[in-house]
Design a protein around this ligand. Structure first.
Ligand SMILES: O=C1O[C@H]([C@@H](O)CO)C(O)=C1O
Length: 798
């Protein structure tokens, strides 16, 4: 099923926390419309950028984009930005049920309000591992009053201006800023605006709700609670409302808690709960958060254990550094810059100069780096736009190592997000990761799979994933200002970038059976539609009859036919003689000819050669008839080794003698090259068939082949006359369905005939006692789908 969304992205004034500012909306809303789909659906989003002066790109956070890396929406990595006024169509399959998010992935636009949620349900007839009556999505966010431009300018300045703590926390796009706070410009803040009425989550007593809670904060790590409720069992007094509250942890933040109303029907959704909002946990109490991280395991019955070993381990030390006086974040002392050409485009077009080719380091100076102090050694970092290159289908471990920032006694939580993959979170720990002992404590039995994970202050997090999704994928800290980089304005070299790095998997999809059923289904449905599209194109453009039939593993048929009845085309096939039916599609050459193609080429050369020899013999017979039999000593040696001709690719020395004809009387003079040409032309003039052939050859030469055909005197000492002829042949499967013409289409036959006529010695030479020696050099050269077949036929008159 295809789910089509038409979105227009533009700036509008909104007051989500009562304070009016310009925000980015989708169809007038922030958060934008929710995408609600079922597993296997194709989502099509036609996105019109009406921002007037800003580019845009949207990332579908958590959707792996199997076989659609172009649709990941990461500007600079997988796509060029969508320019103002442009419409871009995102098209991808949601391959697994779950709760996902979408958000801008260009500059810092996410925190200007460009985000929303994606809910993917199970296919009809399948049930969840837990029961519930209703399903609700809530997005949490933090909210700044400054524009993203002002923030970006500060981050890129010397001296550095930090974005500071957000002004509000939004729950489902709504928060409350204190409009009485000092310094608020008159008219900007309106505490009675209906836009900032707290969000009310209305529930019916006694029912079970599934809450899908997503956080898209720009900076803050949040703790979310519903006052008085245990999140798995609902057993509360439904005569009152309760507070739902979100609060900042992990930073000593001044941001007030975000509040929403948990409203029991039929209470009024705006009735404040009778109790004061719950107090936040201590911001620096890392212990419970680490224990919670450690306690979360895969759901019993839905465990996909990770591979037990890995092929590569990359340790990534996260540090805050300086680069040319700018404050930046880096990984292993290298701070990441986005190149001007998106990686995926650079790879597709082989523009390898578009970014640095030396990959970033797989580790850091483990022995000497003190993660708990402001390390003077590593204060200055270098920059690079190189990507890590992961071999296809390998298992990779990444250890994220946290450290002190440039402020004493300060380390911050970083949420790391990997695009295009899920990973198993195999371990968390405090302090410095111990390469020898910590891996022994990994949970390789029932770890949870995620795409975003926290690395706690002064701690480490270990994740494992299969590099099985070819593409170039960002792996980065999800804090907007840490991620921020060049493309906004002119900040190209002074970006404040943390931890963005490309994870790039170059190899193509291996031609192996796909074991993962969902993946197999996605691959099948995508490839099937592109096959049908191609079949339709070839049928229309080339006026050929095409029938395509496939049976899925479950026996469902997919078919395509350009005729009304597929039976008619199949009938044609069934009625073919068996030997014709046996001819199968041959895979075309890629860069280099395969052994199969070479022997194919060789076989065809042999056929051509046989035809030349046969024709030559016939003509010699004809000619001999007009001479005195007793004086005429004819011998035609067919060198059969030629039929085992192997092109050694050695150029001129690869001549083989084909035939030697001895004429009774010595020639009166050696024919000159010009004579020869005139003679062969006169030959054509007496033979209308050949003239026709020759002109059709010229036509072909001009129109579709680079066939050229000339006489030249290669070696005047030897008096060998050479005729070179190149035929380029499109080795298309469609051209070799006739056994006689083999792989090469008819123009090759014309060439051979014409060549042979050129070989005829001039009239006066024939009168003489002449030995005519002829040598043929043949070679074939593959260039992509084209085979250049080259004949060099030389002869010598004595
Ligand atoms: O990148 C950051 O900069 C500030 C602070 O370190 C600057 O003094 C902060 O809290 C960050 O996360």
């Amino acid at each position: 099923r295809v789910r089509l969304y038409k979105w227009e992205v533009k700036y509008e004034f909104k007051s989500p926390d009562c304070y009016k500012k310009l925000v980015i909306t989708i169809n007038g809303r922030t958060p934008g419309p929710s995408i609600i789909a079922q597993q296997g659906d194709t989502i099509v989003v036609e996105l019109k950028n009406s921002l007037l002066t800003e580019n845009v790109a949207i990332h579908w956070h958590g959707i792996r984009q199997i076989e659609t890396p172009w649709m990941d929406g990461t500007e600079g990595v997988t796509q060029c930005p969508i320019l103002p006024g442009e419409t871009f169509v995102y098209r991808f399959v949601v391959d697994r049920p779950g709760t996902y998010l979408y958000h801008a992935h260009y500059g810092m636009q996410r925190e200007a309000g460009l985000y929303g949620s994606i809910r993917v349900g199970l296919p009809d007839g399948q049930t969840e591992p837990f029961l519930y009556d209703y399903d609700r999505s809530i997005i949490l966010n933090d909210w700044y009053h400054k524009s993203t431009y002002e923030q970006a300018a500060g981050l890129s300045s010397i001296p550095f201006v930090w974005v500071d703590e957000p002004q509000s926390i939004l729950i489902q796009g709504r928060g409350r800023f204190n409009c009485n706070a000092p310094g608020i410009e008159a008219g900007l803040c309106n505490a009675t605006s209906p836009e900032c009425v707290p969000y009310a989550l209305t529930v019916v007593p006694g029912k079970t709700y599934r809450l899908r809670i997503g956080s898209l904060t720009a900076l803050s790590a949040l703790s979310f609670e519903i006052e008085g409720h245990n999140m798995t069992v609902a057993d509360q007094d439904p005569s009152r409302n309760y507070w739902a509250s979100a609060k900042v942890v992990s930073r000593n933040s001044t941001t007030p808690n975000g509040l929403a109303i948990f409203n029991y029907y039929p209470n009024h959704p705006r009735r404040n709960p009778p109790t004061p909002p719950p107090v936040r946990p201590r911001w620096d109490d890392v212990g419970p958060r680490l224990s919670q991280s450690l306690a979360i395991k895969a759901h019993r019955g839905y465990i996909h254990p990770p591979p037990q070993t890995s092929d590569r381990v990359i340790v990534m030390l996260n540090t805050q550094n300086r680069v040319n006086g700018h404050v930046r974040w880096s990984v292993n002392n290298v701070s990441f810059n986005l190149p001007h050409t998106p990686y995926l485009i650079a790879y597709k077009h082989n523009l390898l100069h578009a970014f640095e080719q030396t990959p970033p380091p797989d580790g850091y100076d483990y022995a000497n780096y003190d993660i708990s102090s402001v390390n003077t050694k590593n204060v200055n970092a270098t920059t690079s736009n190189a990507a890590y290159r992961l071999a296809f289908n390998t298992t990779v471990d990444i250890i994220l190592q946290n450290a002190n920032t440039m402020n004493p006694n300060n380390s911050e939580t970083h949420p790391w997000h990997l695009h295009g993959h899920d990973f198993w979170v195999v371990g968390y720990g405090t302090g410095k990761f111990d390469m020898f002992n910590d891996p022994k404590k990994y949970n390789l039995v029932d770890p949870i799979m995620k795409n975003t994970v926290a690395v706690h202050p002064y701690g480490w997090t270990a994740l494992r994933f299969r590099a099985d999704n070819p593409g170039v994928w960002a792996f980065h800290c999800h804090i907007e200002s840490h991620f921020f980089m060049g493309p906004l304005g002119n900040f190209s070299d002074c970006a404040f970038s943390q931890c963005l790095l490309g994870v790039e998997i170059l190899n193509k999809l291996a031609i192996n059976k796909i074991e993962d059923i969902t993946r197999c289904q996605v691959t099948f449905s995508k490839r099937r539609s592109s096959l049908m599209k191609k079949a339709n194109e070839i049928a229309v453009c080339c006026d050929v009859d095409v029938a395509f039939v496939a049976f899925s593993p479950s026996g469902r048929i997919s078919k395509f036919c350009n005729q009304k009845r597929i039976e008619d085309v199949l009938h044609r096939y069934v009625n073919l003689p068996v030997e014709k039916r046996l001819k199968d599609y041959e895979l075309g050459p890629e860069q280099e000819p395969s052994l199969h193609q070479l022997s194919w080429c060789e076989r065809n050369l042999k056929h051509s050669l046989q035809r030349i020899i046969a024709k030559k013999n016939a003509m010699v017979d004809n000619l001999s008839a007009s001479y005195q039999q007793q004086n005429f000593q004819k011998f035609l040696v067919v060198d059969h080794s030629l039929l085992n001709f192997h092109d050694q690719n050695s150029g001129n020395n690869n001549f083989d003698e084909v035939a030697v004809r001895k004429w009774p009387n010595p020639p009166s003079h050696h024919p000159h090259h010009d004579d020869l040409q005139t003679a062969s032309q006169s030959q054509y003039s007496t033979n209308s068939n050949l003239r026709q052939l020759s002109s059709s050859l010229d036509l072909e030469a001009g129109q579709q082949s680079t066939a050229h055909h000339h006489l030249n005197n290669m070696d005047s000492n030897e008096d060998y006359y050479n005729i070179n002829c190149d035929v380029d042949t499109h080795a298309d499967a469609a051209t070799h369905d006739d056994q006689h013409h083999d792989v090469f289409p008819h123009n090759e036959v014309c060439q051979i005939n014409t060549l042979f006529d050129d070989l005829l010695p001039p009239e006066d030479a024939i009168e003489d006692n002449t030995i005519w020696r002829s040598k043929i050099q043949k070679s074939a050269l593959w260039n992509g789908m084209t085979c250049f077949l080259m004949y060099k036929i030389s002869f010598k008159l004595q």
